[in-house]
Design a protein around this ligand. Structure first.
Ligand code: 9L3
Ligand code: MG
Length: 133
């Protein structure tokens, strides 16, 4: 059983960073919270900081866990942590594109199935928290 950790990266003006997957073909073109697999023995927050350095060339400060845990196929469990950028400007190293979305844009993208299916579990919490900011 492995864990995948994703970052709910927020901006000071209440936007969320989404990254467009370039692989595998089943989800290529869909948008996700960026992240990746936790290494054995690695802490969740450390894994997220490592993944976001690798994938986006940013340093983040990691916050709380989002409530929903998603069971993926192949013995993978997916969790998300709130995060904010403390250094760097996000660059799509392995994604096709990056976008900062407002809450309304996030809801539209979810409603039109532009998010990777697994990540839709977080949309209600993402919207609720971002609207409070
Ligand atoms: N995954 C789903 N939603 C996400 C992320 C970061 C990852 N927000 C899934 C896709 C892959 C697996 O987790 O099946 C591993 O992710 P990656 O290492 O390919 O990013
Ligand atoms: Mg990844």
């Amino acid at each position: 059983m492995r864990t995948v950790v994703a970052g709910a990266i927020t901006s000071s003006d209440g936007r969320l960073l989404l990254a467009q997957r370039s692989y595998p073909v089943q989800v290529a073109g869909l948008w996700e919270l960026p992240g990746g697999k936790v290494e054995p023995g690695e802490e969740l927050a450390a894994a997220l900081r490592r993944e976001l350095r690798e994938e986006l060339e940013i340093d983040v400060e990691v916050g709380a866990l989002l409530a929903e845990t998603v069971e993926l196929a192949h013995d993978l469990t997916l969790v998300a942590l709130w995060a904010r950028i403390v250094d760097g400007v996000p660059r799509a190293v392995e994604h096709s594109r990056l976008v900062w979305v407002s809450v309304d844009e996030l809801e539209d993208m979810a409603a039109s199935n532009q998010l990777v299916p697994a990540d839709t579990a977080w949309v209600p919490e993402l919207c609720e928290v971002l609207r409070q900011r």
